[in-house]
Design a protein around this ligand. Structure first.
Ligand SMILES: Cc1ncc(COP(=O)(O)O)c(C=O)c1O
Ligand SMILES: N[C@@H](CCOP(=O)(O)O)C(=O)O
Length: 471
């Protein structure tokens, strides 16, 4: 499979291993496969057996093989087996699917090392980076941005890997105490945590600004772990197949997806275009509802930092969704020149994109948003009715799914993607239920450990200095 930038105006394509290390394309666009591979009913039936016989790792190998043709098959199988070794996850099924009493299903994606769905991709990325860097004899500085979950998932997956160091930007004082402790308690010269005076979007802008400096990027061997890196999306595609297969039957299923940077649901969009029977992709936001607004109106209107609310689902406090560009590329038939103009000129100049004239309905998206009160009500109801604790991000998804099921806008089996364990958001869980969420033993006392973090302004030179200083 070859890859092309969303903004490409020529026929230049790249190999998977190259874009894995490169992350963001030099023209500022995001990589996509030249075309999505198609999966037919026979393949889905075979994959049902693969999942039963070879587990999640076997399925991941099958899906990834469609996107990677420059890593030998036996190496890729080993990579998938190490990434999805059952002992790394709280459940040997890796992604179990459960059913609540009202019929809504949950696909549990947060059983991995850092207790959020980011582990599903990050464990694979860790193995892929290690394989490719060893093969090339190269080093990589991962520069990432986090609103609370990508950072710890990346640091856990990459810690101690030869030739890799991580510089992670996080929004100062906007993550929960648990999320901060997960990252800032890491005491390792290969991990540099920077707390930026700003919101997640500021951190993401800084990452993009560094990536736009071709010379600095080349000299410092900068790579990416955010969902701007195609490999993240590829890995996330796998859990849509797994969840569909575990839901049983051959018919269409709808997925409700807590959304912020649009990576989680972009993977569902890709799975659907590959042929997975998905009826609706139910996009759920919190009060930061830029994406909900787009799917309702066709107008994409990112907000400034001052208009980005600090909510009780803080990992989704995002107002500029990176992966949205990938969706627009599909919406506009991969017209690279138009994408370059929209995202490289029109959006920065006008602050909005009006795509209401385009036929976005054909992609199966419906959307909604939730408030703090909605999330509390869903967490409480799910606890009282099912004795299941869900985190506030999952509650965003459950809320929108239940609302659209009730209105008839969405029908049939709905699988909500469960994206984090409640322990990461204990205060909100306790507010909703009066219960302190259970804490896996490996996280005992992390808030009491010394912190290793440097505060910086939202300034690209401060990031450059930190990268230089960490060298
Ligand atoms: C717990 C959690 N749920 C949902 C999301 C939304 O995912 P995405 O940013 O890929 O849309 C995130 C991150 O943004 C998250 O950390
Ligand atoms: N929710 C994420 C922020 C989005 O990051 P991405 O890596 O999925 O692009 C976080 O928790 O850090």
């Amino acid at each position: 499979m070859r890859y092309v930038s969303t903004r490409a105006t020529d026929h230049t394509t790249r190999a998977f291993s190259d874009i894995l290390l490169e992350g963001l394309a030099p023209d500022g666009g995001l990589y996509l496969p030249v075309e999505y591979p198609r999966v037919d009913a026979g393949t889905l039936a075979r994959w049902r057996d693969v999942l039963l016989d070879d587990g999640y790792a076997g399925l991941a190998f099958e899906v990834c093989s469609l996107f990677i043709d420059d890593i030998p098959a036996e190496d890729l199988l080993g990579i998938c087996r190490r990434a999805y070794a059952p002992e790394k996850f709280l459940d040997p099924q890796i992604v179990p699917v459960s059913e609540l009493s009202d019929g809504v299903r949950l696909a549990h994606l947060s059983n991995g090392p850092s207790a959020a769905f980011k582990d599903m991709a990050m464990q694979l990325l860790g193995e892929l980076f290690a394989h490719e860097l060893a093969r090339r004899g190269e080093r990589l500085t991962i520069l990432g941005a986090t609103s609370g979950d990508t950072g710890s998932a990346a640091e856990y997956a990459l810690l101690g890997r030869p030739g890799i160091r991580v510089v992670m930007l996080s929004p100062a004082d906007r993550m929960t105490p648990f999320q901060q402790a997960q990252m800032y308690s890491i005491d390792d010269p290969g991990v540099v945590n920077l707390a930026v005076a700003g919101v997640f979007d500021d951190c993401q802008d800084l990452v993009k600004a560094i990536n736009a400096d071709a010379e600095f990027k080349r000299d410092h061997r900068i790579g990416a772990v955010n969902s701007i890196n195609w490999a993240r999306l590829m890995a996330q595609v796998v859990y849509y197949f797994a969840a569909w297969l575990r839901t049983g039957g051959d018919g269409p299923v709808s997925f409700a997806v807590p959304s912020g940077n649009f990576g989680n649901i972009a993977a569902g969009h890709i799975a659907r275009l590959m042929g997975l029977p998905i009826r609706h992709l139910v996009l759920a936001t919190n009060e930061n509802d830029v994406l909900d607004e787009f799917f309702r109106t066709g107008v994409y209107r990112p907000r400034a930092a001052q208009q980005t609310h600090a909510t009780s689902s803080p990992s989704m406090d995002i107002s500029k969704a990176s992966n949205f560009e990938r969706f627009v590329a599909d919406l506009l038939g991969r017209d690279g020149a138009r994408i370059a103009d929209l995202f490289g000129r029109e959006l920065p100049e006008t602050g909005r994109l009006d795509l209401s004239g385009e036929d976005r309905d054909r992609f199966g998206f419906v959307s909604g948003s939730s408030t703090h009160a909605d999330r509390l009500a869903e967490i409480r109801a799910t606890w009282e009715n099912d004795r299941v604790l869900i985190d506030p991000h999952t509650a965003d998804g459950v809320h929108v799914a239940r609302r659209l099921l009730a209105s008839g806008e969405v029908t049939g089996p709905v699988v909500v993607l469960e994206t984090a364990l409640p322990v990461k958001f204990a205060e909100t869980i306790t507010q909703a239920t009066g219960i302190v969420p259970p804490r896996p033993d490996r996280f005992a006392g992390i808030e009491d450990l010394p912190r290793h973090v440097t505060r910086i302004p939202a300034d690209v030179d401060a990031v450059r200095r930190a990268i230089d200083g960490a060298a």
